[in-house]
Design a protein around this ligand. Structure first.
Ligand code: 4AD
Ligand code: MG
Length: 447
């Protein structure tokens, strides 16, 4: 409705009478005063209702009736409130609305999510309503800013956005984690990554990026796994692995800075330590080889506080190992050159050391662990043909991919950032499930 003002914009209307379309998030007060906590999606805001003022304006009978109606408003009733914007340093927001009129738009009875504590399963069952709460709003604001900053960053860096297909006939990551669907009688899979298609696009357009949903039938029930999540992927022709790491570092700093610049109110609601976020923007990220990480982990495995299990060279890092390493360095850390065996088929073998690949995972500090996976891509036709055989991949499904190595192949690299992992880290949240509007996990596809 045209004449409604968003709560986020009320500071531009001090002294004016305005109308706000909102929901009653909470209510308190006694005697002649009622305080309404209003929310309209842009922010939360306090409206003050003063009985004598309504009586003065509408007369004894109508004024009293209005006050009584307001006094009995229930949680999540939708309203259009008219009032005068006042500066008020006592209110957290800095402003208040001095209510002169209120119209109920939609009633709300027995709203299930009350201001008291609720268990997380209950909240997830009511995710369609839980999204309205202050903390969830703050997280979605951060999510929105990261997406905004992502498009801005890659456009500034001369990339074009390529939308890669969701329905794919081949796999690019762990084939045991594919969701298979029946595509008119033949099996196809939901995308685990847009990477292979992005490589084709890089050969066509140079620097490209992709932002879309990906799906992994992860059987793991952890605080960092979703079965449906969103990935931001970058790929560029003639981009060395070193250059890719530089770009990843610049990109991650850029989104953190965006959140620091534009999401202060959300970071306050989330009680995020912003001095740490600022540190990640200011200080260089750490770069260490996988082999060195294994040595560090072995060296500290008997420390008193150590919670991870013994690890051997060749083993993949588990979440506790990643947590330790990310805390150890205190800044985002690239773990580079993993063993070939534990990484994806398309990664370039390290020159002179084919048991390792030219790749890196970026581990977020404070125990968050991997938020990016990236690598230089194998471009040697014969090596790649052999790998596809060795991995028992259906060769016919990769002939188009092999064409990229046949027709003007060039060195190229790229990476993928898991959006919800990044949000969980930047918001300082404990669990990935709150970083996406409607989480899908092994035991949850509703609502
Ligand atoms: O490390 P991954 O598997 O890398 C790729 O898919 C590459 N093809 C990307 C590329 O080079 N273009 O996944 C990338 C990121 C991980 O670092 C992690 O942040 C996130 O995706 N991720 C998940 N996030 C939530 N739930 C899951 N189950 C995830 N699996 C991976
Ligand atoms: Mg990975």
């Amino acid at each position: 409705m045209k004449d409604l003002i968003s709560i986020i914009d009320v500071d531009k209307h001090v002294g004016e009478t305005i109308k706000i379309g909102a929901w009653v998030a909470d209510k308190s007060g006694k005697g002649k005063l009622q305080f309404l906590q209003l929310r309209d999606g842009t922010a939360f805001f306090q409206a003050v209702v003063f009985k004598p003022q309504l009586i003065e304006k509408y007369g004894e009978e109508v004024g009293l009736a209005k006050f009584e109606e307001i006094k009995h408003l229930s949680q999540e009733t939708s309203v259009i409130v008219t009032g005068v914007v006042k500066e008020d340093t006592r209110s957290k927001f800095g402003f208040e609305l001095d209510v002169t009129d209120l119209e109920v738009i939609g009633t709300s009875h027995d709203y299930p999510i009350t201001p008291k504590e609720h268990g997380v399963e209950f909240l997830l069952d009511h995710r369609h309503l839980w999204l309205r709460s202050k903390k969830q709003q703050a997280i979605m604001m951060v999510r929105n800013e990261i997406i905004r900053a992502t498009y801005e960053f890659f456009n500034k860096e001369g990339h074009i956005k390529i939308d890669t297909p969701i329905l794919q006939a081949s796999s690019a990551e762990d084939s045991t984690e594919l969701f298979e669907i029946d595509y008119f009688g033949q099996p196809v899979y939901l995308s685990q990554t847009g990477q292979l298609y992005l490589e084709a696009a890089a050969m066509a357009y140079g620097k490209v990026f992709n932002f879309g949903p990906v799906f992994r039938a992860e059987k793991s029930k952890t605080r960092r796994h979703l079965t449906e999540f969103w990935m931001i992927e970058q790929e560029a022709a003639f981009q060395t692995h070193e250059e890719s790491l530089d770009l990843q570092e610049a990109y991650v700093k850029y989104i953190i800075k965006g959140v620091l610049d534009y999401c202060q109110p959300s970071l306050e609601v989330l009680e995020r330590d912003t001095t740490l976020l600022q540190k990640y923007v200011d200080e260089p990220f750490k770069r260490v080889r996988y082999d060195e990480v294994i040595s560090i982990l072995q060296e500290h495995e008997n420390d008193e506080e150590t919670v991870y299990e013994h690890i051997e060279a060749g083993d993949d890092l588990g979440a506790p190992h990643e947590a330790f390493i990310s805390n150890y360095f205190g800044v985002p850390t690239f773990v580079m050159n993993y063993p070939t065996e534990i990484k994806a088929f398309y990664m370039k073998r390290e020159p002179g050391n084919p048991s390792h690949v030219v790749c890196a995972d970026l581990l977020a500090p404070e125990g968050y662990g991997e938020i990016i996976g990236g690598s230089e891509r194998e471009v040697d036709y014969d090596v790649l043909t052999q790998v596809i055989k060795d991995w028992n991949l259906t060769e016919e499904e990769y002939t188009w991919y092999m064409d990229l190595r046949k027709f003007g192949s060039v060195p190229h690299s790229g990476f993928g950032l898991g959006l919800e992992r990044a949000i969980t880290f930047i918001t300082g949240n404990e669990h990935i499930r709150e970083a996406i509007p409607f989480p899908r996990m092994i035991n949850r596809v509703r609502p």
